[in-house]
Design a protein around this ligand. Structure first.
Ligand code: HAM
Length: 398
């Protein structure tokens, strides 16, 4: 929820509007967009026939649904760019492991209608701003350029002939990929394939000069904005709809599933799915992986700011009344009802990151006071009249 709120804040600031698309779509939508020969469509879609005998899929990703909604609901504004953000569950029948789930959650951005490389950099900057707000450090943008279909076709031929010369050194899966989807060989994790790939021709050498120049612009903008990024020729993406700039965001704390987010341009997809030709670019981030990266960085405590510490049986009822008053005032607060020792209650308050403890025992009840303890390091405590507690909290918390 915190990430979702952050996404709303950051992406609204960048001019994106919310969009929610169905979790189910016709399976065919993904065949036509993500691509027939991709792992997602070949092996990972949860697909079934509904009562009307339509092939349905639980969405494996968000872009196809957004583009479908964009076309069907005529969301294209005359000569204006439409920018959307979304979050929600996605489904892929992969083998579960750390950072890889069969139901996972993405936060995504899609910007439709601009051909400019500034739209690419805007997406990356919005994503970087979000990561920054989430307190994630150490993420790195890995950028590549895939050109247009002509460039790719030419390059696929070159790559295939190179791989044929090294056929003995590549894995079984990659030999199959050579026919169906040769570029996927470039991101094979097998060590011997990696060796082969190191000396393979680079797609950047096959793309048109204008596209190559865009890569320079992107790297320049990232450097200017203090976002860590580099050209990485092995980023080819596992979905077919990409053109021109593509990227993945890696994070060192994610282990083997190191992509925190990924995206790129898909200039041909809107037309391919039946709409008017509309250049577009977008990205999506895996929320579970975000949580992993955040935990590795030290999970910030997220408990209530105020904890009422009631000591002894007779303090329980007044303590509870105070808790209700604080909550009614709109402050987040909590209390332990088990009448534990002062030490135990303070330890728990500290653990959940409380900023203030309000302590009351027999003495305080008699004097009609409350002790306010500042929980920051070296913070002191003072005793104030019970009637002044809310006013005091208002002053220190607002
Ligand atoms: P993707 O690279 O397939 O791209 O997924 C984006 C992110 O979703 C990944 O970087 C990863 O963090 C997360 N992710 C993917 N699969 C799993 C899984 N099984 N378990 C946990 N997390 C996962 C897309 O989906 C594109 N639609 C991105 C995009 C938007 N391109 C343009 N617009």
């Amino acid at each position: 929820e915190r990430f979702e709120r952050m996404a709303q804040d950051v992406f609204t600031r960048f001019g994106f509007e919310p969009i929610r698309t169905p979790v189910m779509e016709e399976a065919d939508l993904f065949r036509r967009s993500v691509g027939e020969s991709t792992d997602i469509v070949q092996k990972e879609m949860y697909e079934f026939e509904d009562r009307g005998h339509t092939r349905i899929a639980l969405r494996p990703e968000g872009t196809a649904g957004v583009v479908r909604a964009f076309i069907e609901n005529h969301l294209a504004h005359e000569s204006a760019v439409r920018k959307f953000y979304y979050y929600g569950p996605m489904f892929r029948a992969e083998r579960p492991q750390a950072g890889r789930m069969r139901q996972f959650h993405q936060i995504g951005l899609e910007s439709l209608g601009s051909d400019s490389v500034r739209a690419d950099t805007e997406i990356m900057q919005a994503l970087a701003a979000f990561l920054n707000a989430a307190g994630i450090r150490g993420a790195e943008f890995q950028i590549n350029c895939l050109g247009d279909p002509d460039d790719r076709k030419r390059y696929a031929g070159e790559l295939r002939s190179y791989l044929e010369r090294r056929i003995g050194d590549i894995c079984e899966t990659c030999r199959i990929r050579m026919d169906a989807n040769v570029m996927r060989v470039l991101d094979c994790k097998n060590p011997s394939c990696r060796d082969v790939v190191r000396d393979a021709p680079k797609i950047l050498e096959s793309v048109k000069d204008a596209y190559r120049a865009e890569l320079e612009v992107v790297l320049g903008v990232l450097a200017e904005s203090g976002i860590k990024g580099r050209y990485n020729p092995t980023v080819v993406r596992g979905l077919d709809y990409y053109t021109r700039i593509v990227f993945e965001v890696t994070h060192p704390d994610l282990g083997s599933q190191d992509a925190l987010a990924a995206g790129g341009r898909y200039d041909l997809l809107v037309k391919q799915l039946g709409g008017r030709a509309t250049p577009a670019v977008g990205c999506a981030l895996g929320m579970e992986r975000l949580v992993m990266a955040m935990k590795a960085a030290g999970d910030p405590a997220s408990g209530p700011r105020i904890v009422v510490v009631a000591l002894g049986e007779s303090a329980q009822q007044p303590g509870y009344r105070l808790l209700s008053q604080i909550r009614a005032e709109g402050f987040d607060s909590d209390m332990d009802f088990e009448n534990r020792s002062l030490k135990a209650q303070l330890r728990r308050a500290e653990k959940c990151g409380a900023r203030w403890c309000l302590i009351l025992g027999d003495n305080e009840i008699q004097k009609q006071t409350v002790i306010i303890k500042d929980m920051t390091e070296g913070g002191g405590q003072n005793e104030i009249p019970a009637g002044d507690v809310l006013g005091h909290l208002r002053k220190v918390l607002q």
